[in-house]
Design a protein around this ligand. Structure first.
Ligand code: SF4
Length: 210
């Protein structure tokens, strides 16, 4: 059983509440969206089909316990569920990043889902599948990538409408790298007294890692 993989590497986790931990990264190939600010366009097509058993061996040889599956969009490949199950059966801590357009109901409950809700500036916010809020666990995480004040206001409305603060422990707002100043976003969060969100910066980019 194979998956089309764009790249595998080790780095410091730059996103989510796991930011700062060493991780083994598996980037799948292909994405069903085309966000305007996408920083992984190279993953749209490039990649090779690799046996899942070989992927697992690669992870084992890294001697790391934390694994992040990202893309592209990992959930557009049906075999991804087998990879997640296999990693969990091998006692790895598994995080999976998804763009929120594909239903997350089939993901192993022991994996932590990081759902990136698409904001208006992405150009893809009509693709959000809000039914996903029915399939998340409290340990899962919800992320909004923010380019401007319109994105910020839109995100707050979504958080309030679905009461996301009751569904997950971590809701993060992340400024688009080199487009929105983190300080501006920090001030908006403080002005609105948003107790339930966390400002999130892409640590790996700040320290110059992949
Ligand atoms: S979902 Fe992610 S990988 Fe796909 S286009 Fe948007 S930012 Fe790029």
């Amino acid at each position: 059983m194979k998956l089309k993989i764009n790249e595998m590497f080790i780095s410091i986790q730059g996103e989510s509440s796991f930011s700062g931990f060493p991780f083994f990264f598996i980037r799948t190939s292909g994405c069903n969206l085309r966000c305007k600010y996408c920083d992984t366009k190279y993953a749209y097509e490039d990649g090779e089909f690799i046996e899942i058993s070989e992927i697992i061996e690669n992870v084992k040889s890294s001697q790391l316990k934390n694994v992040l599956i990202t893309g592209g969009e990992p959930l557009i490949q049906e075999n991804i569920y087998f990879l997640i199950d296999s990693l969990i059966n091998n006692k790895f801590n598994v995080l999976i990043e998804t763009n929120g357009s594909v239903l997350v109901d089939k993901i192993n409950k022991n994996a932590i889902k990081i759902i990136d809700i698409k904001t208006p500036s992405s150009g893809e916010c009509t693709k959000n599948n809000f039914k996903n809020f029915n399939y998340i666990n409290f340990n899962d995480e919800i992320k909004f990538v923010i380019s401007n004040y319109e994105d910020f206001k839109w995100s707050i409305n979504v958080i309030e409408k679905y009461k996301i603060y009751n569904l997950v422990k971590n809701i993060s707002l992340s400024p688009v790298y080199n487009l929105l100043s983190p300080k501006k976003l920090a001030n908006w969060i403080l002005e609105k007294k948003l107790n339930y969100v966390r400002l999130h910066l892409q640590l790996h980019k700040i320290i110059g890692l992949k």
